[in-house]
Design a protein around this ligand. Structure first.
Ligand code: AMP
Length: 123
């Protein structure tokens, strides 16, 4: 699969420091920041710093170091935000047209702080 990445997408611009963000944590390969239009009391976005358009691109082509850094950072954020264990949270990633992805840079939504309801809202 050949993936094409748009370097002008908004998260690429955040990573280049062209647009501000409310950072939760930053590591060598990962940035976690607050979603600008939160859908829950906690709504953060975890993104790799590398140029990956979506989950399958990241999973197929990122280095082991990037993949480990991303997921360890996500685990730490989930714990730090008080969502680990029984409390729980929802992790969502959207891809492409059917996933209704708005920003073409891989991101994992982490939502919590309320009951999330059923997974799919029928269209
Ligand atoms: P998606 O539909 O999965 O591509 O979600 C994109 C998410 O990015 C949405 O929840 C937006 O609210 C969020 N978003 C867009 N621009 C910004 C920004 N500048 N800072 C933080 N979050 C943003």
């Amino acid at each position: 699969m050949a993936y094409s990445y748009d370097p002008q997408n908004i998260f690429a611009r955040i990573l280049r420091g062209e647009i501000p963000n409310k950072t939760v944590v930053e590591t060598a390969h990962t940035l976690v920041f607050h979603d600008i239009r939160p859908h829950a009391p906690v709504h953060v976005l975890a993104i790799p710093k590398g140029a990956y358009v979506n989950l399958d691109h990241f999973a197929a082509e990122a280095s082991a170091e990037e993949i480990v850094d991303f997921h360890r950072t996500v685990a730490k954020v989930i714990a730090d935000l008080g969502l680990a264990g029984e409390t729980g949270y929802r992790g969502i990633t959207n891809a492409g047209r059917d996933g209704m992805q708005e920003v073409p840079h891989y991101h994992l939504h982490i939502l919590g702080g309320r009951l999330m309801g059923r997974l799919i809202d029928p269209a």
